[in-house]
Design a protein around this ligand. Structure first.
Ligand code: FRU
Length: 449
């Protein structure tokens, strides 16, 4: 088969979303409705580099198998279409419903600086009455005028307790803001926020701590994975932490969570852009992360946001390998015979090894005992050892590695281009011995087959 067949190209991610062709960046408009997860995305329909921002569109029934649809929103005289979000307007607060089903409503940034006659950046609305297949821009756009700088990236959430829509919006520098609205059309200022060191693409959502619905925090999130934990009663967001960091890799950016995931599912689901990946000579450029579930957990350092791959990864599980225990010494590495797409889980017991490595397609994931540090290429994270072990979960696609340690307390999104290697996967202990417990390796099928 030719390596240029769609979704079979040399560097095509096999279980991560990428567009059929051309450039993508931020996930946008994530909303679940009637059995479909919608994934809109920043997209240049014309070339493999960033420009002409448009919302591309894909849907999935399971977060794993995606079908790309027609582009949803194209540039107009107010600007190109920058990032934003979408919701189901269940009670037709906007009055935009036609027919029996509630409309899907999207709020996005009109990037006025990129209009044919440049104007300031503003926030606009579009709606769909056919399950997201076609979109109409609101006649009186913009619905929120220019505030400052290149203000952008509205994320909408319904606040049940006060019967209002909330809009988290990025302003400029590290400044963010919250607006409220009864109808998605008129917006009033609620409060300002600062997330030092963080910019772009806010998200805002409430999560229980340790699964206890009586003890919740509101997460205010920015593009790099910097987030605040705080309280919100309907008017002012009150942070109770400094900026914390949920992303230790260099390639996770502009993550957004899905709106309207059914309550009987109840998960807070997130996907990010894997910014900075290289796809030489490919007809497409950039990929999304694998979707993760977010939870808040008490840790010795305080409450932290944890990210773990969604259980739907199991839909792709192929051949499985299991070893209850693998003893590693400098003379005895372990190299199971596996394919290139992997879901890899094990507990690392570093014992007295100075360094432990997992060689993945010629590139080392390293653990250094002296520094208690995990690293892959130029990304690294400090890591705790609990009862002598580090539980690890690693997803390997053709050009990316996502690492989750301690059930997602540490997460690193990494892009790479593979090196020629004798084995796809091998484990090594250096300067002492180490052990792997409960090693479960699943080969993964392609999501495009
Ligand atoms: C983040 C971002 C957003 C903006 C979009 C433009 O990656 O810069 O702030 O809306 O990308 O494509």
């Amino acid at each position: 088969m030719s390596d240029q067949v769609l979704y079979r190209e040399t560097h095509r991610p096999q279980f991560h979303f990428s567009a059929q062709k051309n450039w993508i960046n931020d996930p946008n408009g994530l909303v679940y409705y009637e059995g479909e997860y919608h994934l809109f995305f920043q997209h240049n329909p014309e070339s493999v580099v960033w420009n002409n921002m448009t919302w591309g569109h894909a849907v999935s029934a399971d977060l794993v198998h995606w079908k790309q649809l027609e582009h949803a929103l194209l540039p107009d005289e107010l600007g190109t279409i920058f990032s934003g979000s979408a919701v189901v307007d269940w009670h037709n607060t906007s009055g935009l419903q036609e027919g029996d089903e509630p409309p899907l409503v999207a709020l996005y940034t009109s990037a006025g600086a990129h209009a044919p006659d440049p104007v300031p950046f503003t926030q606009s609305l579009a709606y769909s009455n056919d399950r997201g297949r076609t979109w109409t821009k609101y006649a009186d756009n913009p619905v929120l005028g220019h505030i400052e700088g290149a203000n952008r990236d509205p994320k909408i959430v319904w606040h049940d307790a006060t019967d209002q829509w909330l809009m988290a919006l990025y302003l400029d520098g590290s400044r963010y803001v919250l607006y409220g609205s009864p109808n998605l059309l008129q917006w009033n200022h609620l409060c300002d926020l600062d997330l030092p060191g963080v910019s772009e693409c806010p998200d805002l959502f409430e999560l229980p701590v340790d699964g206890n619905p009586a003890d919740t925090r509101w997460v205010y999130w920015g593009a790099s994975g910097g987030y605040l934990l705080g309280h919100f009663e309907g008017a002012v967001y009150v942070p109770e932490t400094e900026v914390l960091h949920a992303e230790q890799g260099h390639n996770g950016y502009a993550a957004q969570t899905w709106s309207d995931v059914p309550t009987d599912d109840g998960r807070r689901l997130q996907i990010s852009w894997m910014r900075g990946g290289k796809y030489p000579a490919m007809p497409f450029n950039q990929q999304m992360s694998f979707p993760v579930e977010l939870t808040l957990r008490s840790t010795p350092k305080g409450i932290r946001l944890c990210r773990t791959p969604v259980r739907e990864i199991e839909l792709l599980h192929g051949k499985a390998y299991y070893e209850a225990e693998v003893a590693l010494t400098p003379d005895a590495p372990f190299a199971p015979d596996v394919g290139e797409l992997l879901d890899l889980r094990f507990d690392l017991l570093p014992e007295d090894a100075e360094v432990f490595t997992v060689r993945i397609r010629g590139i080392d994931l390293r653990y250094e005992a002296a520094k208690r540090r995990l690293s892959f290429l130029d990304a690294s994270a400090e890591i705790e050892i609990c009862e002598g072990r580090i539980p690890l979960h690693i997803l390997v696609d053709r050009t990316s590695l996502e690492l989750f340690a301690h059930d997602g307390e540490i997460s690193m999104s990494c892009c790479f281009l593979p090196e020629a290697a004798e084995h796809v996967l091998s484990f090594h202990a250096h300067g002492g011995s180490a052990r792997l417990d409960d090693l479960r390796v699943h080969e993964l099928d392609s999501a495009w087959s």
